[in-house]
Write a protein that binds this ligand. Structure first.
Ligand SMILES: Cc1cc2nc3c(=O)[nH]c(=O)nc-3n(C[C@H](O)[C@H](O)[C@H](O)COP(=O)(O)O)c2cc1C
Length: 170
């Protein structure tokens, strides 16, 4: 596991290769295996493979969407906000779990923050995507996870990169 964590980096440039159906299914399993508060699973996931729709998601944010330019799939992590108060934490856990599964499959990924962000014209990113993805009721997009075959390589972390001053022993 530590090896996976040292090697995972945010990848924002992907090749044109699509993701094999087997790998896509494993990513879906990882999402659904994520732990959640009281096991309430206050989420659903939209697996966007349609390139035109992925491109449209880019309009959700003024900055920080580069990974969506070439992503093979984009996973919209939808929080069901009326099920538990900690839906944000639950969605965040599913997001990192799927990123780690992507890494284990040799795929690259990047988290695109949506909650609390704005479009170029100042609209809430969540509102933009709510319309685009036809969300209902209490549903909102927490994040989008861009995934694909890496077309850039970033150095793995080493122990020297770790800030042990963040650790307090009592
Ligand atoms: C909550 C969260 C929000 C993030 N939002 C974005 C984003 O909107 N766009 C982006 O390109 N990267 C985003 N990232 C990726 C971070 O920039 C990246 O994880 C960080 O710089 C460390 O780099 P690494 O992932 O290669 O270790 C986000 C990461 C997290 C955990």
């Amino acid at each position: 596991m530590l090896d996976l964590l040292y090697h995972r980096r945010s990848i924002r440039k992907f090749t044109v290769e699509s993701i094999a159906a087997d790998d896509r299914d494993k990513l879906i399993e990882a999402l659904l295996l994520s732990p959640s508060s009281m096991n309430k699973r206050p989420w659903r996931f939209i697996i966007i493979e349609d390139k035109a729709l992925i491109k449209e998601t880019i309009g959700a944010k003024a900055h920080g969407t580069k990974a969506l330019d070439s992503a093979a799939i984009a996973i919209a992590v939808i929080g069901l906000t009326d099920i538990v108060d900690v839906w944000v934490e639950n969605c965040a856990i599913a997001s990192i779990v799927v990123q780690l599964e992507a890494e284990s499959l040799g795929l690259g990924s990047c988290w695109i923050q949506i909650r609390g962000r704005k479009t170029e014209d100042g609209t809430d990113s969540e509102e933009y995507l709510r319309n685009l993805l036809e969300l209902k009721g209490s549903e909102t997009v927490d994040a989008i996870i861009a995934i694909g075959h890496p077309d850039e390589s970033l150095p793995a972390y080493t122990k020297e990169d770790l800030d042990f001053s963040k650790i307090t022993m009592r």
